[in-house]
Design a binder for this molecule. Structure first.
Ligand code: ADP
Length: 492
């Protein structure tokens, strides 16, 4: 039985510094469970002094523990042991991940936790796939480019996939030989604490992975501004990404990897195969994790001739979800992370309806007698490029529908003025698909599918204000290395 009692899941309190739990001092933040809105634990807010302690510990470990200079295959083996420990603690980690977040237990157990272990394995395997260059110079010189880890990498992660998105940041940084200080979201702070403990159990030198808890404006900002941080990697909103970039720039010109917001289109041509399958796929793409997914496919752009047929099928598929607390095994539809986020979804849908949008299905909260915020899968038609739900990233289960006659019109509608994270194309015409791939301004284009596969080699990241750099793939690993040019005079 997968069901569990949320009150039996202990929340690891404090920060994780130098291989041990460190109780916090001073201010604390209450942490609520998304599923029922109840406060179930609290976290300390790391002050600038605590952040300094964590960063100094990471810097010292980077310079003295031997991690950065160890044989890459030894690093890979150790990271592999960590991944094995994660698999061995799958049930415990799945409950810890599900209890406070929006991730249902049926998904964390077979999805998020195994994916966390697999992310670590993927990057561990890259640890010794690093090469430099011997450059063409005059024969009495030797010119080389060698690759080295950066030092201390600051990772700041969001609440929508707390453990697996943290692994996307931590694993490439560690595999490349860096030390990491991670600040998880204050809304979902606990599962990464266990992750860090298991890393030390696997043999990671203390200090190479530290976790500081706290709010973004205090703790996150202090981390970004620390002079010993050599790189910042972040996933979250575009607004916060810009603030982080500015903080990094003003305190040491730090390189950044930013995975930010999206408002991703799905363009469906009249010849798209199998409308039933497609409807289920599109439904999943905007209601998975209740739409709280940066790559959610929230703008349907469909050929006028199949608009009614497809929209009807999507509405029917969306009606099949089972909303409920994340600790129930049969829950397939997630709660909204917070009351604040619920109110934001309501405001955007309300403003869209006021601007003339027609509610095809949904359009309000689901009744939840056990507390928490649940929002109905919602489809809005009769929208324009200016409708708030078409322009803004809702981060809720809201799909807008726009129709077109020509390919040119479709691709014009697909282009968003601000975001370019992902896009989907559905057509049986190969040439049309390839034309669209060339034309779309998006970091990922899916053709006749929507959503990531288990191929960790494929990078993910955005165009425009959806981000800089990539998570996953070789690119994410390489972005955790810096290059040093060496020129030797052999004639001396
Ligand atoms: P949301 O608005 O959905 O909470 P954010 O992008 O603001 O998303 O938050 C993502 C992560 O960034 C969280 O860990 C949060 O604490 C952190 N954060 C928020 N503001 C800042 C900031 N100014 N500097 C550094 N980190 C921040």
């Amino acid at each position: 039985m997968l069901d569990f009692d949320p009150d039996t899941v202990p929340a690891p309190s404090g920060h994780f510094i130098d291989g041990a739990l460190v109780p916090g001092e001073g201010e604390r933040l209450e942490v609520r469970r998304a599923s029922d809105g109840r406060i179930y634990a609290d976290i300390p807010v790391a002050s600038a002094e605590t952040v300094d302690r964590a960063v100094r510990s990471a810097d010292l470990a980077f310079r003295t523990s031997g991690w950065a200079i160890s044989a890459p295959r030894d690093r890979a083996r150790l990271l592999g042991r960590w991944a094995d420990l994660i698999d061995a603690h799958r049930d415990e980690l799945a409950r810890l991940e599900s209890v406070g977040s929006t991730r249902p237990i049926a998904e964390t157990r077979v999805g998020d936790i195994p994916a966390t272990a697999e992310t670590i394995r993927f990057f561990a395997e890259l640890a010794d796939k690093v090469s430099g260059e011997v450059a063409a110079t005059r024969a009495d010189h030797l010119g080389m480019v060698i690759r080295e880890p950066i030092g201390v990498v600051a990772a700041i992660t969001p609440w929508n996939f707390p453990i697996s998105l943290s692994a996307w940041k931590i694993a490439p940084a560690l595999a490349a030989g860096n030390a990491v200080v991670l600040k998880p979201s204050e809304l979902t702070p606990f599962s990464v604490m266990r992750l860090a403990e298991l890393a030390v159990e696997a043999g990671l030198p203390p200090g190479i992975l530290n976790v500081v808890q706290g709010a973004g404006r205090e703790t996150g900002d202090a981390l970004c501004r620390h002079p010993l941080v050599g790189k910042i990697t972040f996933t979250g909103s575009s607004r916060t990404g810009a603030e982080i970039m500015a903080a990094g720039a003003m305190s040491g010109v730090k390189p950044v990897t930013l995975e930010l917001g999206g408002k991703s289109p799905q363009v469906v041509f009249a010849d798209a195969p199998d409308l039933d399958r497609l409807a289920r796929l599109i439904a999943r793409s905007f209601i998975g994790n209740a739409g709280q997914v940066c790559v959610a496919g929230t703008r349907l752009i469909v050929h006028r001739s199949i608009e009614a047929a497809l929209t009807g099928r999507i509405a029917a598929a969306a009606a099949e979800v089972k909303a409920g607390p994340t600790w129930r095994a049969d829950t397939s539809f997630s709660p909204i992370i917070s009351e604040r986020q619920g109110a934001r979804i309501e405001a955007i849908v309300g403003a869209s309806v006021a601007a003339g949008a027609e509610v095809v299905t949904g359009g309000g909260r689901l009744p939840a007698d056990h507390g928490g915020v649940y929002y109905q899968p919602t489809i809005l038609a009769s929208v324009s490029a200016e409708t708030p739900a078409v322009v803004e990233e809702v981060f809720g289960p809201v799909l807008t529908v726009q129709s077109f006659e020509t390919e040119e019109e479709a691709l014009g509608l697909a282009d968003h003025p601000v975001y370019g994270l992902a896009a989907g194309i559905h057509t049986a015409d190969l040439n049309r698909a390839l034309r669209a791939v060339r034309r779309l301004q998006a970091g990922t284009v899916w053709v006749n599918r929507y959503g990531r596969s288990g191929d960790f080699i494929l990078p993910t990241g955005g165009y425009k204000q959806s981000g800089i750099g990539k998570d996953l793939g070789r690119e994410a690993f390489e972005a955790n290395l810096k290059s040093k040019t060496v020129l030797m005079d052999l004639s001396a």
